[in-house]
Design a protein around this ligand. Structure first.
Ligand code: ADP
Length: 604
């Protein structure tokens, strides 16, 4: 499934078409200097910079979106995901953007005046160029909706807080969520068993305490101004300073806001917000640069300590975003005094760390470090694409009852080549239809054969038509023991190296050299079903089957996708007996999102 991710900011727009299954970028576009007379458009894979005439988002995107459309196969595009900075109290998860949702986002303009109006403008323009697919809003704040009241509230008069919806909303949620999930995967531990501190250190920077899978504290507040020392934002400051400056400097609230957001932080202290420049200058003895870095590090370390206290411990500290991923010296400084949390750095690993590829997590903690120190490459665009795809799938099936998969019990049977049919039933013999099977074109035949194994024989085993290019006998585990054959569990059609046996028909005998298998339990599905469940051909899944008396899970179920298939799970008679299922039973799948297949891995 391909998703276009649009990140519409005041001076630039980033748009990426991402294949959600592989994470591959199909096209990446950036539009910069939007408020200037000649905005610039670039595409990845090309050094060409295209110039658009006339400033403003509508103008620039009217030029850029058609170019992006030329680079993709529009029929593959299933939706557009938009980064929306503020979801207020309304949105605690991504949503399909209806007119009602647009109005609600508009209602949140006052909470994020610098971001939400531009984000929504991006939605409205994109809807004109991509009218046929759903548009989804993914909110930076949504991940933090789990922060408890004691951490969410500001100690201000209650009536004011309520009147103006003042509380800690937190930002960078998409990034914190993504890196936490990546870290959990890397540590091979369930996210719900981990206490993590995620440090997103870019131009904007925030820390997040993720306790057993939920954000419980974060350093940004009602606006992205609170918390760490950032590129141009002050982060935490005594509110008294604001009122003092208004009085002493005769500044308006707008001037103060601009000063705190655009002229403070690293830039305020040392004249630049670029950490690379600051590190170079600091090494040459520049005192302002040294102070700016020291303040950045001190504030961050203070937060890490505080969040470890909030969670009663920490299992891993994550560094991410421009500074977190790239600056070994900054990471070194921050963790220097964290030995009391049993977080010990491997200095060599930290120093040698170079980013490669996308899916990237590196452990830079020493072998005796109880708390892991990880560097994780964030990918907010991919995360937005994934969340968008999930919402689209779910919304498609909203209101519909959970989808169940019919279960067919597959009795022992035989598939034959035309040549074998003629050996067993006579020259020129054609199989005859007893009844059609549920898979289109397949049928049970009137014809039957006897299977003869080293130990016993089984009579009246039905042939399934039509004829195939290879002979294949499918039996159950119990049949194996009865016949005295050791048949492998195989996908249908994969008979190489399997044992043979003797088939007896009315007109002759056939000594099979190979072809006896125990069929791997599997689900036949059409590509539309595969899209619904979010699986692909050859995926291996688990399926929960609810019986009247009990529920049980079938593991190791193979997915087989073909446009000739109808949705049906096939198990053999042993399995059906064990599960007390009869022909015609249905497996109600546990619903995880739209799908319901529990876990997924690929056939190696
Ligand atoms: P944002 O997305 O918030 O604009 P980024 O995540 O791109 O920010 O991070 C930008 C910051 O990362 C800048 O301060 C930049 O100097 C810093 N940075 C990038 N590479 C390095 C590096 N190799 N060493 C130190 N800082 C770096």
């Amino acid at each position: 499934m391909q998703i276009l991710v649009v990140n519409c900011g005041s001076s630039s727009v980033k748009a990426e078409v991402i294949d959600v299954t592989s994470g591959k970028r199909i096209a990446v576009m950036s539009v910069d200097r939007i408020s200037e007379p000649e905005p610039k458009v670039k595409f990845s894979g090309s050094t060409e910079v295209l110039t658009c005439q006339g400033s403003g988002h509508e103008n620039a995107l009217a030029f850029a979106f058609p170019l992006l459309l030329e680079k993709i196969d529009k029929s593959q595009l299933k939706g557009v995901g938009h980064r929306i900075v503020h979801g207020g109290k309304i949105f605690d998860e991504p949503v399909v953007i209806t007119e009602e949702v647009e109005k609600q986002i508009e209602g949140l303009f006052s909470l994020a005046p610098l971001h939400n109006p531009i984000n929504l403008l991006g939605v409205r323009i994109a809807k004109k160029y991509f009218p046929d697919v759903p548009h989804v809003a993914v909110f930076d704040t949504a991940y933090h909706s789990t922060i408890p009241p004691r951490a969410k509230n500001y100690a201000l008069p209650k009536n004011l807080i309520q009147k103006h919806d003042i509380e800690r909303y937190g930002f960078h949620g998409t990034s914190h969520q993504y890196v936490a999930e990546q870290a959990a995967k890397f540590l091979e531990t369930d996210l719900h068993d981990l206490r993590l501190i995620s440090c997103h250190l870019g131009n904007g920077a925030s820390v997040c305490a993720i306790e057993y899978g939920q954000s419980v504290e974060t350093s940004m507040g009602m606006t992205p101004l609170e918390g760490l020392v950032m590129g141009t934002r002050s982060g935490d400051i005594d509110a008294g300073v604001v009122t003092y400056l208004m009085e002493k400097e005769g500044k308006t609230w707008q001037e103060i806001s601009d000063m705190l957001n655009k002229e403070s932080g690293l830039k305020g202290i040392a004249g630049t917000n670029d950490m690379r420049d600051l590190e170079e200058r600091a090494a040459e003895g520049d005192i302002d640069a040294q102070l700016a870095i020291d303040m950045f590090v001190h504030r961050l370390r203070k937060y890490i300590g505080a969040y470890a206290a909030v969670m009663g411990g920490v299992d891993a500290i994550i560094f991410t975003a421009g500074i977190g991923e790239n600056s070994a010296s900054l990471r070194y400084k921050v963790v220097q005094k964290l030995g009391f949390l049993r977080a010990i750095l491997d200095e060599q690993k930290n120093k040698m760390l170079k980013f490669v590829g996308v899916d990237w997590v590196e452990d830079i903690s020493a072998s005796n470090s109880k708390c892991k120190i990880l560097v994780v490459k964030t990918d907010e665009q991919l995360s937005i694409a994934e969340q968008t795809a999930k919402v689209i799938k779910e919304s498609k099936f909203k209101g519909q009852p959970p989808r169940s998969i019919p279960i067919a019990v597959s009795a022992r049977h035989v598939h034959l080549t035309q040549e074998s049919v003629e050996i067993l039933f006579g020259k020129g013999y054609q199989l005859t239809v007893q009844k059609p099977l549920s898979q289109p074109g397949q049928f049970a035949c009137n014809e039957m054969v006897t299977l003869v194994g080293p130990k016993n024989k089984i009579e009246k085993v039905r042939i399934l038509g039509p004829t195939r290019p290879k002979d294949q006998v499918e039996i159950s585990r119990t049949d194996e023991f009865f016949l005295g054959i050791d048949a492998p569990i195989r996908e249908s059609g994969h008979t190489e190296g399997s044992p043979g046996l003797l088939l007896i028909g009315p007109a002759g005998q056939l000594e099979l050299k190979e072809g006896v298998i125990c069929a791997w339990r599997h689900i036949h599905m059409h590509p539309d079903d595969a899209e619904y469940f979010g699986v692909e051909d050859k995926d291996i899944v688990e399926v929960r089957v609810e019986n009247q008396e009990r529920s049980l899970t079938f593991g190791n179920v193979l997915i087989r996708v073909s446009d000739k298939f109808k949705l049906e799970m096939h198990i053999d008679t042993d399995e059906a007996n064990a599960a007390e299922l009869n022909q015609g039973a249905e497996g109600a799948l546990i619903h995880t999102g739209a799908g319901g297949l529990l876990t997924k891995k690929k056939v190696q």
